[in-house]
Design a protein around this ligand. Structure first.
Ligand SMILES: CC(C)(COP(=O)(O)OP(=O)(O)OC[C@H]1O[C@@H](n2cnc3c(N)ncnc32)[C@H](O)[C@@H]1OP(=O)(O)O)[C@@H](O)C(=O)NCCC(=O)NCCS
Length: 173
């Protein structure tokens, strides 16, 4: 049985963290055009960008035998929900539960902090990601749900048509 561990990365690991984030490029390039990939900043992570991002975002990593195999960026929104901005798993380590492990670890940590819900945005064209969030019991939020507690205030502007907003309420789960 593979042992996956979860922790905050050290600054000295940002380079490897960026490498894991950038490993999504091939998967994205299979469905998105080069200009869409540019717009989505696919393959653009760097050590410098992570150091800058660390001022406003929190990071979580998944490791197997001390190797970083999964990464997540997240932060707490003003309405009290936890927003996942990025999640990536190295292609060689996909489909063995690393991504689901990152989600359940962040849910556990969020619950401990008294956070009611988690939300994130996913590109509709990234069908693998849609399946992944659904498999982890994240629900596509409609406008009515986005205007109700606990998700009200999550978006500063109306959702765009090419993405889904997913959410999961943590209370009593
Ligand atoms: C999305 C991603 C994080 C999933 O990570 P993962 O570690 O492979 O996911 P898991 O092994 O925990 O998968 C859990 C379930 O999600 C679904 N799923 C995951 N990857 C899938 C894929 N490529 N195609 C279809 N379903 C998939 C399956 O139902 C899977 O369960 P199963 O293995 O029993 O079939 C990974 O594919 C990735 O890093 N992709 C590139 C970056 C990305 O798209 N991030 C999300 C941006 S919104």
């Amino acid at each position: 049985m593979i042992k996956i561990k979860f922790r905050k990365p050290k600054g000295s690991e940002y380079k490897e963290f960026a490498r894991v984030e950038n490993s999504e490029a091939k998967q994205y390039m299979s469905v998105f055009t080069p200009s869409e990939c540019t717009m989505l900043c696919v393959g653009k992570a760097s050590e410098k960008d992570l150091a800058e991002s660390a001022k406003t975002r929190k990071f979580l990593i998944a490791t197997i035998n001390n190797k970083i195999v999964g990464t997540m960026r997240y932060y707490l929104k003003e309405n009290g929900i936890l927003w996942i901005s990025m999640i990536q798993v190295l292609p060689k380590y996909q489909k063995i539960g690393v991504g689901s492990g990152l989600l359940s670890e962040i849910e556990k940590r969020a619950k401990r902090l008294g956070i009611d819900a988690i939300a994130l945005e996913a590109q509709k064209k990234a069908d693998w990601a849609i399946k992944f969030y659904k498999a982890n019991n994240y629900k596509i939020l409609n406008i009515k749900e986005l205007n109700k507690k606990p998700f009200v205030g999550t978006l500063l502007k109306p959702p765009v048509t090419h993405t889904y907003i997913f959410g999961k309420v943590l209370k009593n789960t």
